[in-house]
Design a binder for this molecule. Sequence first.
Ligand SMILES: C[S@@+](CC[C@H](N)C(=O)[O-])C[C@H]1O[C@@H](n2cnc3c(N)ncnc32)[C@H](O)[C@@H]1O
Length: 240
Amino acid sequence: MHCKNMEEHFELNPNSVTELSESSTPSHEDDDTPVLSSQALAALKEFLSEQQSNSDAGDSEVSLLSEDWRLSQFWYDAETANTVSEEVLTLCNGVDSRVACIACPTLYAYLKKMDPNASVQLLEYDKRFEQYGSDYTFYDYNHPEELPSELKHSYKVIVVDPPYLSKECLEKVGETISFLRQPGESFLLLLTGEVQKERAAEILGLRPCGFRPHHSSKLGNEFRLFSNYDPGTRLGGWEK
Ligand SMILES: C[S@@+](CC[C@H](N)C(=O)[O-])C[C@H]1O[C@@H](n2cnc3c(N)ncnc32)[C@H](O)[C@@H]1O
């Protein structure tokens, strides 16, 4: 358990989990097993009940693992995952384009549901996603280029949802994007907090779209979708 990371996340990612940061401290100093407080348990129950609603609404084919808040995991709601997946498949335009999903496992799952033949690589820190076999690559943003050489300059479409809302994290993710993107035209989508707007422009040359991403858990801060291309009328248009 990386306490420092947890503190950073709860400070830097104002995802309405202040209550959890106060109450999710493990009860035993020498025991790394997290113990859920009553608030966290209530949030978990709400999440599970929302998952059940999604399932009732016909999304049962996309099975997601439980969120691990220690890893800053907050899954998209079905509408967000469907909208972004549709955009990615539009960008692929029926051609055999390779897609990299950096730290957004929900998107991977929805993309594969929509098009099982889509070529999608998930780069993720959480090794539970090894269940996706060769489509999974372990990725730690602290080591932006420690990736298999066959991934280098291989992706036309890259979607990223960094774990932290810091400049350092965005810069390092930027190094990974440079490593992955194919020469010539490539499309980049960044989903992150509104607070990263200026940095997204400075570091990656991205602008926000009108579409607002939402999550299964109700988060306190505003999320945005940034792109390096003009989506036209899709994604709520590009903010000029
Ligand atoms: C804000 S969540 C984005 C998830 C996305 N909303 C979804 O529904 O798929 C951030 C992701 O970063 C991953 N992560 C946590 N620590 C990481 C690290 N050190 N390096 C790379 N990714 C990390 C988490 O496991 C999580 O999937």
